[in-house]
Design a protein around this ligand. Structure first.
Ligand code: ACO
Length: 329
């Protein structure tokens, strides 16, 4: 890179991991029935498009999943862990209150000296993390980052609440983001509305060694649905305007994978053919901060996303938070 040349950031490798094994709707429905909770494959598929999810076993931590996804991304980028100088990890299910899960991953990978911290923006976390890492690389101080989304949402679900427990799964996805002389990331925008904190939250906390409040995920599904569709549309238009592009310039959209109906409604509102939307929620469930990097990894590895194509990544989730990253792959 020549002195004075503009610095961009580019994704040079992707990785993902799905823990444990796939649990189908039928198997989940049988397990829930034993607890007196009634649901069915038909209801779950019709309302959400989800057919199965992966659930971590008790020995699998968020940091272990994050490190596994990071290793796959490093291998794809042909970058050694020791060359990484920044680790941004998005999670709402950290291993512990502190230190950050990013620090635990840094140790597990062997990336000594790299800056490491967590981003907490729930299902928007990966998009938030990517925008932050992009900005840090563009300062010229950092050159090779790992951006990771890693979650074990199964551990904060109330398995007696059928309105939430059928929706989520566990997993991790990661990218290597490197300084480059060409983009890369073309535009990124993050937003939040804290007045909507209560429509999707896990409000519990530990005080004086005691759990206070509700430790489980709670959601007003219909309020989340409406807000998600509106903000995803507005956010897409915002980054397209920043990059001087239009909807027709997008090759692929990877929205947060919450629900097939949200994906379809967003594509319709944007005027984008559904064939350009990458969908993994049917196979993975909603893996929160891991959903976007996992879907990106699937579509890169199966050859749909090709070098040079323009990809729109979108996050939306608790906070309420949302954001978009528009990039040339
Ligand atoms: N199995 C069977 N029946 C169920 C289940 C279930 N798992 N869950 C709810 N029901 C019942 C309800 O009790 C209700 O019964 P009733 O009519 O007798 O009262 C009926 O199904 C309809 O319930 P609604 O809540 O009205 O169903 P809706 O069509 O809104 O679908 C859903 C619920 C899927 C949660 C929907 O609101 C949604 O997709 N919201 C978006 C939220 C989302 O995807 N969140 C993910 C996290 S947020 C994020 O990642 C951005």
């Amino acid at each position: 890179m020549m002195a004075g040349e503009r610095i961009w950031s580019r994704i040079t490798g992707t990785g993902g991991i799905l823990p444990g094994r796939a649990v189908s709707n039928e198997e989940l429905a049988r397990q829930l029935a034993e607890r007196g909770v009634e649901t069915s494959d038909e209801w779950i598929v019709a309302r959400t498009g989800i057919r199965q999810r992966y659930l971590a076993d008790p020995s699998q931590s968020t940091s272990a999943l994050g490190a596994a996804a990071a290793r796959a991304a490093l291998a794809a980028a042909n970058v050694d862990a020791a060359a990484i100088d920044l680790i941004v990890l998005a999670t709402s299910t950290p291993d512990q209150i502190f230190p950050s899960t990013a620090c635990l991953v840094q140790d597990e990978l062997g990336a000594p000296g790299a800056a490491a911290f967590d981003v907490q923006a729930v299902c928007s976390g990966f998009v938030y993390g990517l925008a932050v890492a992009d900005a840090m690389i563009r300062t010229g101080v950092y050159r090779r980052a790992l951006v990771i989304g890693a979650e074990v949402f199964s551990r904060i679900l109330d398995w007696h609440d059928r309105t939430t427990c059928v929706l989520f799964g566990d997993g991790a996805g990661a990218v290597v983001l490197e300084a480059a002389t060409e983009p890369g990331i073309l535009a990124a925008r993050l937003r939040a509305d804290g007045s909507q904190a209560r429509i999707l939250c896990t409000a519990g906390r530990v005080v004086q060694g005691q759990l206070q409040g509700d430790p489980f995920l709670r959601m007003d599904g219909q309020a989340v649905f409406k807000l998600a569709v509106n903000v995803l549309d507005a956010s897409a238009r915002e980054v397209l305007a920043d990059a001087g592009m239009s909807v027709g310039d997008i090759d692929w959209v990877i929205p947060h994978q919450a629900n097939v109906r949200i994906l379809s409604a967003t594509a319709r509102k944007l005027g984008l053919p559904e064939s350009k939307v990458i969908v993994t929620v049917d196979q993975h469930g909603n893996t929160s901060a891991a959903s976007v990097p996992l879907a990106l990894d699937v579509a890169v590895r199966d050859g749909r996303i090709q070098p040079g194509q323009r990809v729109l990544l979108q996050g939306v989730g608790g906070g309420f938070t949302w954001g978009s990253v528009l990039l040339r792959f």
